[in-house]
Design a protein around this ligand. Structure first.
Ligand SMILES: [Fe+2]
Length: 320
């Protein structure tokens, strides 16, 4: 007889009733830690094309294959039942140290400075302040310069908002957002080494606080792009890779991702940055994989497409 049906006291009738009321299978405790990571790029065009109520400009669509990929990403993300989304984004640029947003309820309008006619997004979300502060502490303990950003009203950058909207347009999960310390637009070969340390610190903070976390690396891939825009921004008749070398560089990286294990990316990512000016030089992807402990798995490429010629891939890694 299974232990849960063992009657120790009372009549046979009450024992039977108690047995009927007892769940046959004890619920599996929800595991904390990092449960999955996603490469989740943030082109403002994808948000513009979706016409969410938070974004002021209106569109007729465009970039559908990438947006369908994000629909799949959302389904998978929900299935992981995270407590929190932790995002590293390249356009919250901090010149000194790694900053973590510790404002409990960031709200305001995020504007893409180059494409203000496409992205003026009204945001209002909750921060997991306990986890945010734990990342600041763990980073400092590991020797990094870190800072807790507590200035209410500081505008949240479009790379953070774009990735978070596309991954979870309901905004019903708390967020922790990290800045990009290594400025990719001023230095050609920003060091990724610190992202290893920041990733490990992020993991320790998540485990220490018992959170069940999904990580988002808000990075595009190849990053050369057009300098003119068609009259209709979503004119897909002019959307294509910048050139074959940029496309081939992205495919080489994605093939490595699809084959796994992730440790191969320690060499492949810097090579890809050199070949394609990839936005991953901001470090978000390296941070994500370091936080996950460079798992010996393949990534699942959910979609690839270009946005004003830049390469963009949606990739899932599920923690083993
Ligand atoms: Fe970007």
């Amino acid at each position: 007889m299974a232990r849960v049906f063992h009657v120790t006291a009372g009549s046979s009738r009450s024992g039977r009733r108690r047995a009927e009321e007892t769940p046959r299978v004890a619920p599996t405790p929800r595991r904390g830690g990092i449960v999955a990571g996603y490469l989740a790029p943030h082109p403002p065009h994808l948000v513009y094309a979706e016409n969410p109520p938070q974004n002021e400009p209106r569109s007729t669509g465009g970039w559908e294959v990438l947006r369908w990929g994000y629909e799949e990403l959302r389904t998978r993300l929900r299935a992981h039942e995270p407590d929190v989304l932790v995002v590293h984004a390249p356009h919250w640029i901090t010149m000194v140290g790694h900053h973590v947003n510790c404002v409990p309820n960031p709200r305001g309008v995020s504007v893409e400075p180059i494409f203000p006619h496409l992205f003026r997004y009204h945001y209002d979300f909750r921060t997991d302040v306990d986890l945010a502060e734990a990342i600041v502490e763990e980073g400092a303990r590991a020797g990094l310069v870190t800072s807790a950003m507590r200035e209410d009203g500081v505008r949240v950058d479009y790379a953070t908002i774009g990735a978070l909207h596309l991954a979870n347009p309901d905004w019903d999960l708390p967020v922790v957002s990290l800045s990009a310390n290594n400025n990719p637009y001023y230095y050609s070969d920003a060091s990724l080494a610190e992202m290893e340390t920041l990733g490990a610190a992020t993991r320790r903070a998540i485990e220490r606080t018992g959170r069940r976390a999904v990580l988002l690396a808000s990075n595009s891939l190849s990053h050369l792009h057009w300098d003119t825009e068609p009259d209709l921004p979503e004119d897909m008749g002019v959307e294509r890779p910048f050139d074959h070398a940029q496309y081939a560089g992205d495919m080489e990286l994605l093939q490595t991702i699809r084959e796994g294990p992730t440790a191969r990316l320690k060499e492949a990512v810097p090579r890809h940055i050199e070949a394609t000016s990839s936005e991953t030089k901001a470090g978000s992807l390296t941070w994500l994989l370091a936080a996950m402990g460079w798992p010996a798995i393949a990534g699942d490429v959910l979609a690839y497409g270009t946005v004003i010629a830049t390469g963009n891939a949606l990739v899932e890694w599920v923690a083993p």
